[in-house]
Design a protein around this ligand. Structure first.
Ligand code: RB5
Length: 148
C-alpha cells in the first residue's frame, strides 16, 4: 500500500503524529508538505495529493488542515476523488466500507492525536464492501462524466 500525505500549517502537528503511525504500520508514504509553520494555502497541498491518487500513483491520500474541511472541498474537485472529512472512528470505517473513500481529511483543531491515530488505522484497514455500494459509487462517478 502506498499513501500520499499533505497538510497546511494548521495540520502540521497532527501530520507528524500520523506519519509516526504510518511508520509504525510499515506503510510506505510520501509527504508533499507543507513543512513549516508559516501560513500557506491548503488547496496547494490538496491538489497534488488528489491528483496523484486519481492517477493511480498512490492507493490512498491523507490531508490535514485546521478543520479538514478546506482540504476535502479542494480534493473533491479532482475527478475520481472521494474525500471524506472524518472526526470519529465509525465514520472512518463507513467512509471506506460504503463510500470507497480514497482520500481522508482530518482537522487538527477538531481531533486530538489519540483519536486521529485510531481514525487513520481504521480507515486504512477497512475494505470497501462493494455490491450495492459499488452501484452507488458508480453513480457518483457518472456525475463526473464517467461511465456507470
Ligand atoms: C487555516 O487557518 C485554516 O483555514 C485551514 O487550516 C483549514 O481549516 C481550512 O479549511
Amino acid at each position: 500500500m502506498r499513501v500520499i500525505i499533505g497538510s497546511d500549517h494548521g495540520g502540521l502537528r497532527l501530520k507528524a503524529v500520523i506519519k509516526e503511525l504510518l511508520n509504525e504500520m510499515k506503510i510506505d508514504f510520501v509527504d508533499v508538505g507543507c513543512d513549516c509553520e508559516q501560513s500557506v494555502d491548503y488547496p496547494d497541498y490538496a491538489l497534488p495529493v488528489a491528483e496523484k491518487v486519481a492517477a493511480g500513483q498512490f492507493d490512498f491520500g491523507i490531508l490535514i488542515c485546521g478543520t479538514g474541511i478546506g482540504m476535502s472541498i479542494a480534493a473533491n474537485k479532482v475527478k475520481g476523488i472521494r474525500c471524506a472529512v472524518v472526526s470519529d472512528e465509525f465514520s472512518a470505517e463507513m467512509s471506506r466500507e460504503h463510500n470507497d473513500a480514497n482520500v481522508l481529511a482530518i482537522g487538527e483543531r477538531v481531533v486530538g492525536p489519540g483519536l486521529a491515530r485510531k481514525i487513520v488505522k481504521t480507515w486504512l484497514t477497512t475494505e470497501f464492501a462493494g455490491e450495492r455500494h459499488l452501484r452507488r459509487v458508480k453513480k457518483i462517478h457518472a456525475l463526473e462524466g464517467g461511465k456507470e
